[in-house]
Design a protein around this ligand. Structure first.
Ligand SMILES: [Zn+2]
Length: 443
């Protein structure tokens, strides 16, 4: 084992994270250039090649490369510089101060995802300092605009810098280490895919008039009736192999009574009380089926006027591989009103699933066993979207895993108030990233 003082590494990571939290990269406006400059300073200090790419004024992306001998293709350590905005008055502390209270670093971005960026940075710095010979280039890629779709970050970088396409794999946020409320580790989950975005608008037309004389051609009424049918529809389960495997894996930690239901989730879901319990968990529910969220309603401007049109915007998240033509056909059947106009909106490309037997997955698995012997490690389907989709589209496998041990309560602080991460977690994450990167870059 190399001579690494992990306590010192942890303290260095804390200092770097606190500094990073102090740079307000709330998106909008992002101002990621400041974050990119901050991270670049550490690479510069230790003679690691690093360059900033500005995709729009003040929207900075950073690429740093630790050179290997080139006998294997590069790997990418991906992270995003921007964070979501804060409701400042709802925080107990300044979200951009990086205050440490009772072993926790508070601040916007501590979980999503400045801690992982610092862990990736530390992994690069340790590899450089210990002078380990590498078979691959290790690319640290910090991007802009992830929280608003990645157009100025990951997507832009892939368009501008074709050398990124040579990468054999990407490590990014997505999964993590799930801890039970009693502090025991439940499992490590590595996200290999994400659901597909499919949005559409429904529009009803009718005859305007005075509210004092109601008639049967009121677009609001037509739309509300159609929407009622749509939101009352329980979408069918569609269980893909990685989801089946996920439930079978987490089932290992369940009581003897519940185990069989998890081990064979399709069978388990036929049990009414189990189905109720599982679908109450919003993440599990979304992993098992296509979901429909009614998000925007627009109709009418004055209480005594019947308008001539009304519209609703709907956000669906589809299980990878869903046939979209069939989905649209089914939606129209459920709405069951041909007078209502259906207009497709934003759609993501087809969801691609990275391989669970890939080198990156295996490396995370092995390091998990080393750090937490006997840990359950499982593939996972992300219900939200990350920058990984741009890399998967280009055929590059992505292993979405943030090595932070979080209880459900802590994980829910992502994008929330008083977001925080324990200093222990940051130390662990730095070591974990180092071990994983060393594994794939030397063996
Ligand atoms: Zn994120």
């Amino acid at each position: 084992m190399e001579n690494i003082n992990w306590e010192k590494i942890r303290d260095e990571a804390i200092e770097k994270l606190v500094g990073y939290i102090r740079i307000n990269t709330s998106n909008p406006p992002g101002n990621e250039i400041e974050g990119a400059r901050y991270l670049k300073s550490f690479f510069d200090k230790e003679d690691i090649e690093a360059k900033i790419f500005e995709s729009a004024p003040k929207r900075g992306n950073l690429k740093a490369i630790l050179k290997g001998d080139g006998s294997s293709p590069p790997i990418i350590l991906l992270n995003h510089i921007d964070v979501v905005p804060v409701e400042r008055e709802k925080w107990d502390v300044d979200p951009f101060e990086g205050k440490i209270i009772d072993g926790y670093i508070y601040g916007r971005g501590t979980i999503d995802m400045k801690s992982m960026a610092i862990a990736e940075l530390m992994a690069m710095l340790i590899l450089k300092r210990t002078n380990i010979s590498l078979k691959r280039d290790i690319i640290f890629l910090a991007t802009a605009g992830e929280e608003t779709g990645g157009e100025l970050g990951a997507k832009w970088m892939l368009d501008k810098d074709p050398s990124l396409l040579e990468a054999a794999m990407v490590f990014n946020e997505g999964g993590g280490i799930v801890v039970k409320e009693n502090g025991e580790i439940s499992h490590y989950e590595i996200s290999l895919a994400q659901k597909e975005v499919f949005q559409f608008t429904l529009k009803a037309y009718g005859t305007s008039g005075h509210a004092s004389m109601p008639h049967s051609d009121n677009p609001n009424v037509k739309l509300v009736k159609a929407l009622n049918r749509l939101v009352s529809w329980e979408t069918p389960f569609n269980i893909i192999p990685i989801v089946k495997e996920f439930f079978a894996n987490i089932g290992k930690n369940m009581s003897d009574e519940e185990k069989p239901n998890y081990m064979d989730i399709e069978k388990g879901l036929k049990d009414v009380s189990f189905r109720k319990k599982i679908t109450k968990n919003l993440v599990y529910n979304a992993m098992l089926r296509n979901t429909i969220s009614l998000t925007v309603l627009s109709a009418g401007t004055k209480v005594n006027v019947i308008p001539s049109e009304a519209s609703a915007e709907i956000d669906c998240r589809l299980i990878p591989g869903t046939d979209r033509d069939r989905w649209i056909k089914t939606i129209k059947e459920i709405i069951d009103d041909e007078s209502i106009e259906f207009k497709a909106g934003m759609q993501s490309t087809k969801g691609i699933i990275s391989p669970a037997d890939g080198e990156g997955y295996k490396a995370i698995y092995e390091i998990a066993q080393k750090m937490d012997p006997g840990a359950v490690v499982t593939p996972f389907l992300s219900v939200g979207a990350t920058d990984s989709r741009y890399f998967r589209e280009k055929g590059i496998p992505c292993y979405d895993f943030e090595p932070l041990k979080l209880t459900l309560k802590e994980a829910l602080l992502i994008h929330g108030n008083n977001e925080r991460v324990s200093v222990e977690n940051l130390g662990f994450a730095s070591r974990f990233m180092y071990e994983v990167v060393k594994k794939v870059a030397t063996s």
